[in-house]
Design a protein around this ligand. Sequence first.
Ligand code: ADP
Ligand code: MG
Length: 241
Amino acid sequence: MVIIDAQQDAAAGAPLEPIYRLAGVTRNYQQKGRLVKALAGVDLDIAAGDFVTIQGPTGGGKSTLLQILGALDRPSTGSVVLGGTDIAGASNAELGMVRAHEIGFVFQGFNLIPTLSAHENVDMALEPLGLAEDERAARVREALEHVGLADRADHRPGELSGGQQQRVAIARAIVKRPRVLLADEPTGNLDESMRDEILAVLERLHAEGLTLIVVTHDSAVARRARRRLRLEKGTVRDITR
Ligand code: ADP
Ligand code: MG
């Protein structure tokens, strides 16, 4: 099954350039001597600047796909091209570079370091980039400002609400100025009002041109996406209406 996003950029009237091109992607796991086909042949183009959600039942392969898109894992077979780089054939060092420069990650559980301030948590993402001290500090301030937390820079995660912690995590993801933001259930641990905080931030980033790929069970999040995918039994279906 080939899913090519044929939608045109309404403003420009030109087709959007694909940022990801996946062809024949499989990922098999060995589980207690049994073969699990987490991804069973995924063909998928994702346009630069798109806002895509991935829904589907538990065990359908969503996290597996996100890890492959995030250069955290390689497919068993098939090709995954991000920009110009084939992730499937890249070395560990090359994958590390792709993650450091091109990809921002946001997780359900925030994954902040509890002993560090918001500023220090965000700053960590810049470690591999080799920037000068003042450029680094300016970028961290800008990222925290962007998610509305300039006044919480010195707070530790335990002193912030869930929604604020997730916004720090988003700041950490965008501070490196990545090409794509990947999120795995970013609102899964949040109540409705905090969910809306996160949605507002995501929508703003999309409006600014960042490519967003969001795994979610939350139909309120999926409703805002420009393109909706469903992943079930390792197979992707486009369910955009
Ligand atoms: P989802 O995120 O949609 O719930 P996953 O991608 O986590 O789905 O899992 C897809 C399938 O792959 C499941 O059957 C899961 O048990 C299996 N799986 C995922 N990760 C591993 C792993 N590291 N080792 C073995 N099996 C795995
Ligand atoms: Mg999952």
